[in-house]
Design a binder for this molecule. Structure first.
Ligand SMILES: Nc1ncnc2c1ncn2[C@@H]1O[C@H](COP(=O)(O)OP(=O)(O)OP(=O)(O)O)[C@@H](O)[C@H]1O
Length: 385
């Protein structure tokens, strides 16, 4: 798919902007702070209902404005669609497809697809486990938009269960009789049900992503691998079952994963009531990225960490393409971060994409193989050059 037109109103630094886009490569070039990333961030938002830079919508709305609107015309094969999101921080966001009456924001998922490479990606390798969980869950949602509902159900159930545990912990501290544990039993079942669905999807994704990541790493840094993705589940027993990639005997069916989660919740209940928080479940799991025999985090060099992060993004691109969903590739300011060899290899790998959007501070940061349409971004204006 590709975006043929992007309109923004009160989004970030833009009061109003209309950008017609072609398939193939488009580079947005301009000095620091001129609004290049703001443009591609908007495209990424349509694909994931979130920004790759911030976790709240507030900074996305232009200072002084109340709401921001992102609108894109999208073409997939013969089909064209108009998708629109209105961001209302503090209130519910709104969405429209083909100017129709309103739909839920999550209904637009799957219309715009992106794989976004950005300097923030280094956190995939060097950052907290939450970064890697988010990477997995975003890709799961891109492959199967209905999983956005499962993800938000999980967050909701977890929040409610934590509230219950917190009040149980408070009651204990203040010498109360404690709580009626049958209520907690019900929440355990809810959590295990949605948790098993999420866990199953993550394990399936990791198995599919593993060979693609290894291949991408080899393309970017020949001879530097192998790389391995291992899922460390907080709900697996001490024997470490349920690891994706490696664990051949790991439970895979929803029923087995449900039983695993229920057993883990029962096993940690005393501790959870003491601490007032849910200690096991997908929100506590870790995706371990290994380079050779060692974890990349803490061991890989800066360059190796970059190659790993890029390999994960390339693998997600290959995966979506293989499943018949060609995403828009967005490369936000990444070439300036890479040495000449990686820059060249990455550019060659992405150049054939149906649509590639690149941002760079200067023309020289855009590799020659990505010659295409250029826009100059300056002072809130975007002009084709
Ligand atoms: N909500 C907002 N309201 C108004 N201006 C904003 C808002 N959010 C960001 N900006 C402005 O947008 C500009 C940053 O834009 P952007 O991140 O797209 O820059 P860039 O061109 O990608 O720069 P760099 O090359 O440094 O990455 C900054 O000047 C910032 O002050």
């Amino acid at each position: 798919m590709h975006v043929t037109h992007l309109s923004l109103a009160d989004f970030r630094s833009y009061a109003r902007i209309e950008v017609p886009l072609d398939p193939g490569v488009t580079a947005f070039v301009g000095a620091n702070g001129q609004g290049k990333t703001n443009l591609v961030e908007a495209v990424g938002y349509l694909a994931s209902l979130g920004s790759h830079r911030v976790s709240s919508d507030t900074p996305l709305v232009r200072m002084g404005a109340e709401r921001a609107v992102i609108r894109a015309a999208v073409t997939q094969g013969e089909r064209s669609q108009l998708v629109e999101l209105e961001l209302n921080p503090g209130r519910a966001n709104r969405a429209r497809i083909n100017r129709s009456s309103q739909v839920r924001p999550r209904d637009v998922l799957g219309i715009v697809r992106t794989v976004l490479f950005a300097p923030e990606d280094l956190a995939l390798v060097k950052g907290d486990p939450g970064e890697r969980r988010r990477f997995l869950d975003e890709l799961i949602t891109a492959r199967s938009p209905r999983m956005a509902g499962v993800r938000s159900d999980y967050d909701r159930v977890l929040k409610q269960r934590n509230t219950l545990l917190k009040s149980a912990a408070m009651a204990r501290r203040h010498g109360g009789r404690g709580m009626d544990l049958s209520t907690l039993d019900v929440w355990d079942q809810h959590l295990a049900q949605v948790g098993a669905e999420l866990l199953a999807q993550r394990l399936d994704l990791i198995e599919t992503l593993q060979p693609l990541t290894d291949k991408a790493y080899e393309q970017l840094a020949p001879g530097g691998g192998p790389v391995a993705l291992e899922y460390r589940s907080s709900s697996a027993g001490a024997e470490g079952a349920a690891s994706g990639g490696a664990g051949a005997e790991a439970p895979r069916s929803r029923e087995e994963l449900y039983a695993q989660l229920m057993a883990a919740l029962a096993g940690t209940r005393k501790q959870e009531i003491e601490r007032g928080v849910t200690l096991v479940g997908p929100h506590r799991d870790e995706l371990l990225l290994k380079l050779g025999q060692l974890p990349a985090k803490g061991y890989a060099s800066h360059g190796e960490s970059w190659s790993y992060a890029l390999a994960l993004r390339l693998a997600s691109y290959d995966l979506q393409r293989a499943e018949g969903n060609e995403p828009v590739l967005v490369l936000d300011d990444v070439f300036a971060e890479l040495d000449a060899r990686r820059r060249e290899r990455l550019a060659e790998l992405v150049a054939p994409g149906e649509q590639v959007l690149v941002t760079a501070a200067v023309d020289d940061d855009v590799p020659d193989v990505l010659a295409g349409v250029r826009f100059t971004v300056a002072d809130g204006t975007v002009e084709r050059t």
